[in-house]
Design a protein around this ligand. Structure first.
Ligand code: GDP
Length: 352
């Protein structure tokens, strides 16, 4: 039975990857941060049989301990302070976790292996944010980096370290340059989930409007469940390498709003969306779109879920969550699931 250690198992990607590896017959170990982490119950439900280990990417000895206990064949470093917006406000913490955390984990593998890094395969979650102020479109493995946030800078450090440990110690270390990937499990601070949750709440009459920042920025959004498959495939290759993982299609926040509101039958959302400078960023990554030809050719990977399908999945999930929560609080009678009462939609629009 192969053994995998996942950092960041409580996050969106960690949950999908844990599920995938269990289905493939792996014994899965997950690093969990902090005392009484509230997400432990979710991980145990989604990843049956998972072994959770306490540890932190800012604490080298805890990482060595986790490696010694789990004796992994594969290590997936998905742990990070992952929200770009927060990275300006907590730049040092982002550097320590998202950047230096990669160094500590690679060092833990080297030290625990007695300087021999050949028996473990390592995946680093790199990011399209490293391309930042893009030098070419679409972005590929050879595109130079120009990160635009402390998060992007920290991820760039982690990427180069991964390459360096491959070249210095012969480590089987791969870096996946993943473009934005979303799902119903995405955190509500990210614009996609912020929108789908708000759309659900507006259509149920629980909220009047949503306040966003820059509606013109464009992203290449894929489905997280598809992207973890690419991570696993990278570690099954004969030799380690770096791969862009993307859909190759870019959409604006406005187009995302069209599709999300369209899902609940609202075609004109102009009165339901407000803008606030609070949600604009000090430096913006305007357009990201990836060229995943290498992943397609060498890994045989391609995305299965398209833009509209992804948004429908997220809106439907938020409708179910919000109507259940509202029913529990006695705000919606009778409790509905997924079905949107048309009168609520009309009421929400009339009020705003
Ligand atoms: P990122 O690509 O990892 O930064 O993912 P986000 O979902 O946080 O942001 C994607 C884009 O949406 C960025 O260009 C943001 O500036 C833009 N955006 C516009 N309004 C908002 C908002 O209210 N929240 C967030 N998170 N992003 C927003």
């Amino acid at each position: 039975m192969p053994r995998a250690l996942i950092t960041g198992i409580t996050g969106q990607d960690g949950l999908y990857l844990g599920e995938l590896l269990v289905a493939k017959g792996y014994e899965v170990f997950g690093l969990v941060r902090g005392q009484s982490n509230p997400k432990v119950a979710v991980v145990e439900r989604v990843v049956p049989g998972v072994m959770l280990l306490e540890g932190d990417l800012t604490d080298l000895s805890s990482l060595i301990g986790a490696v010694e206990i789990s004796q992994p064949d594969e290590v997936y470093n998905l742990g990070a302070i992952s929200f770009v917006g927060l990275s300006w406000k907590q730049a040092e913490l982002t550097g320590e976790t998202t950047g230096m955390g990669v160094l500590r984990l690679l060092e833990a593998l080297r030290i625990a292996g007695g300087n021999d890094m050949s028996r473990v395969r390592f995946y680093q979650a790199s990011s399209s944010e490293m391309f930042g102020k893009v030098r070419e479109t679409p972005q590929r493995e050879t595109t130079p980096f120009h990160p635009r946030s402390p998060y992007g800078v920290a991820k760039t450090f982690g990427h180069y370290l991964t390459v360096n440990y491959r070249e210095s110690y012969g480590a089987f270390a791969c870096s996946g340059l993943l473009f934005n990937h979303e799902s119903p499990r995405r955190g509500i601070e990210f614009v996609t989930r912020k929108i789908t949750r708000a759309v659900a709440r507006i259509s149920l009459g629980l909220q009047d409007s949503v306040t966003l920042g820059n509606l013109e920025s464009r992203r290449d959004w894929g489905f997280a469940g598809d992207y973890v498959e690419a991570m696993w495939r990278m570690l099954q290759q004969e030799s380690p390498d770096d791969y862009v993982v993307a859909t190759g299609v870019t959409h604006s926040i406005r187009e995302f709003l069209d599709a999300a509101f369209g899902r609940v039958g609202i075609s004109d959302w102009s009165e339901l969306v407000r803008q606030d400078p609070r949600f604009f960023r000090p430096a913006e990554v305007d357009v990201l779109v990836g060229d995943a030809s290498k992943a397609r050719e060498e890994l045989g990977w391609e995305p299965k879920v398209g833009f509209e399908e992804l948004i429908a999945m997220m809106v439907d999930s938020d409708l179910a969550l919000e109507s259940d929560a509202a029913a529990r609080e006695g705000l919606l009678v009778p409790p509905g699931r997924v079905e949107v009462p048309p009168s609520r939609t009309t009421a929400a629009r009339a009020r705003s």
